[in-house]
Design a protein around this ligand. Structure first.
Ligand code: HEC
Length: 102
């Protein structure tokens, strides 16, 4: 009994850490706009409305990145940021437009 609990704890930890590497399997539901996708896929790391997390860390709201750079980042990922292969170019552009409006 105790052993099972321990094991599932370890796999949960592995799962949450893998969120911070190569690619994320988040898949937008049809009809989601840039804001909805942001809230579901990005806010966990970048904070609500792009305001950052843990102080101002990972703040996107007044990032100097252009909309093109933002959408490329979503699709390709970064050093630490996962790529989002299930987000289309058009959706990535909607997220970028949403962020630029913050
Ligand atoms: C698992 C955490 C995580 C998630 C989820 C995540 N990011 Fe990131 N993001 C990061 C990290 C860490 C960096 C900075 C280092 C790097 O580039 O990898 C970053 C950097 C960025 C940058 C570059 C910022 C700049 O000023 O140049 C943009 C733009 C960005 N993320 C947008 C997004 C968007 C949009 C989403 C949702 C589709 C998203 N991120 C989801 C962790 C995350």
């Amino acid at each position: 009994m105790k052993k099972t609990t321990y094991l599932s704890g370890v796999s949960l930890l592995a799962l949450s850490l893998s969120g911070c590497s190569d690619s994320n399997d988040f898949k937008p539901i049809t009809g989601m706009d840039g804001m909805d996708i942001y809230a579901n896929a990005c806010a966990s790391c970048h904070g609500e409305n792009g305001q950052g997390k843990f102080g101002l860390l990972l703040k996107l709201a007044d990032s100097e990145a252009s909309p093109e750079e933002i959408s490329a980042k979503i699709i390709n990922g970064g050093q630490l940021m996962p790529a989002f292969p299930n987000i289309s170019q058009a959706q990535a552009e909607q997220i970028a437009a949403y962020l630029k409006a913050q």
